[in-house]
Design a protein around this ligand. Structure first.
Ligand SMILES: NC(=O)c1ccc[n+]([C@@H]2O[C@H](COP(=O)([O-])OP(=O)(O)OC[C@H]3O[C@@H](n4cnc5c(N)ncnc54)[C@H](O)[C@@H]3O)[C@@H](O)[C@H]2O)c1
Ligand SMILES: O=C(O)C(=O)C[C@@H](O)[C@H](O)[C@H](O)COP(=O)(O)O
Ligand SMILES: [Zn+2]
Length: 361
């Protein structure tokens, strides 16, 4: 097992990464809880819920709620019914809420934990590759039809228990999605790591390589959130690819394109802007080939409506007044944030859709 420790403004918490950790919860947890409430989703529950319930042992009263799988559950309706359930169960300030699932469950359950009784302890048990990112750093939220994660807070878990064995049941689409954020962490930090990824076919990554990617990704994220947890500056870099990604998720419908797929396409667009506005020399062509080789949904590029998409981008949390802020790369490992006018953005996006859209169909 590998353990990384993260210092947040609220607490210091361990991220335990290893095989079979879901069976070792009661040994790994640092406190005892009389009542535990597990929130999971309808795809994860049939595989792992029973095992996780029994891992808490007989002295703990464990309840659970299974929400429908998919981004649609990161909603006000679902959040509200989970709070009703917390009240019915009479959870108190010594209870523990567990997020057993991917980033959707983590963000939703975390937001419930951060607001119920003004905050109860919260354990992240990530089950996707993508959740190496979402389970660390304390951003928790639900969506609004105007945009992603518009209602949320910063709230750290008491611990992250990441059992990498459960990744074995992910679909190819979810593997691809998770690697969208892995590539982001590589581009933000390390040219060689990015190059290694470009030589990788995602469906052939073995368990040992996967754990290395996840651990490296968590290290990049940890370093940034420890320096700037509330996103006053440096943390904005973790949003590479997200200004377009969040707009695409809202535009195509939450769930039609996964978050990580949208991020992967958003990164391609960020590379294009970086080339055109700051003259960066980035591996646009090799990254495009890699996306295509691994079946990212590049065909959606030709369906982007630049004007509508730029309007949607204004709901991005980095927007100040009316100015959209983009994370760009001056080179791999060197991100920067730039404000762009609507006019400039629409022009670059129109060229991007015209030049690249056709080649992806
Ligand atoms: N808080 C953050 O810092 C942060 C960071 C990145 C992403 N996010 C959020 O995370 C969400 C995306 O996370 P995600 O990609 O994990 O999506 P997800 O939680 O929706 O999981 C993807 C799919 O995989 C299924 N699944 C999960 N684990 C499984 C397993 N082990 N075996 C089989 N199926 C499994 C789920 O049921 C779902 O259908 C988005 O809402 C995004 O906004 C948050
Ligand atoms: O942790 C961060 O900061 C990130 O930007 C990580 C992103 O991968 C993640 O999708 C995050 O939820 C986006 O944050 P938002 O503030 O743009 O909603
Ligand atoms: Zn993300």
């Amino acid at each position: 097992m590998t353990t990384l420790t993260i210092q947040s403004f609220q607490n210091k918490y361990d991220v335990n990464i290893g095989t079979g950790l879901r069976h070792e919860i009661s040994d790994l947890l640092k406190s005892n809880y009389a009542k535990v409430f597990i929130i999971t989703d309808s795809n994860v529950a049939p595989f792992y819920l029973k095992e996780v319930i029994s891992a808490f042992g007989e002295d703990t009263a464990v309840s659970s709620e299974i929400v429908p799988a998919g981004e649609g559950s990161k909603s006000m309706a679902c959040y509200s019914s989970l709070l009703d359930r917390c009240l019915e169960l009479q959870l108190d300030r010594h209870s523990l809420i567990v997020a057993l699932g991917g980033g959707m469950v983590g963000d939703l359950a975390g937001f419930v934990a951060s607001t119920y009784l003004r905050g109860v302890d919260f354990l992240q048990m990530p089950t996707t590759i993508l959740a190496h990112d979402s389970s660390v750093g304390g951003k928790v939220a639900i969506n609004h039809h105007k945009g992603k994660n518009l209602i949320g807070s910063f709230y750290s878990p008491v611990q992250v228990i990441y059992d990498t064995e459960v990744i074995g049941t992910l679909s190819n689409q979810e593997i691809r999605s998770g690697f969208g954020e892995v590539v982001k962490h590589a581009l933000l930090s390390d040219h060689k790591w990015f190059q290694r990824l470009m030589d990788t076919t995602l469906t052939e990554v073995n368990q040992e390589e996967l754990v290395k990617h996840l651990t490296s990704g968590i290290k990049v994220k940890a370093e940034v959130v420890e320096a700037d947890e509330r996103e006053t500056g440096l943390r904005k870099h973790l949003n590479l690819g997200h200004t377009l990604a969040h707009a695409l998720e809202a535009e195509f419908g939450y769930g039609e394109i996964t978050h990580g797929e949208a991020v992967a396409i958003g990164i391609l667009f960020a590379m294009k802007i970086s080339e055109q506005t700051i003259g960066a020399d980035l591996p646009f062509q090799s990254y495009t080939r890699w996306l295509r080789h691994n079946n990212y949904p590049l065909h959606l590029v030709s369906q982007i409506d630049p004007e509508r998409t730029v309007e949607r981008m204004k709901w991005d949390k980095k927007t100040v007044g009316n100015a959209i802020h983009f994370v760009l790369l001056t080179q791999i490992g060197a991100p920067t944030v730039t404000a762009l006018t609507d006019k400039k953005l629409i022009q670059i996006m129109t060229d991007f859709v015209k030049d690249e859209g056709g080649t992806f169909d």
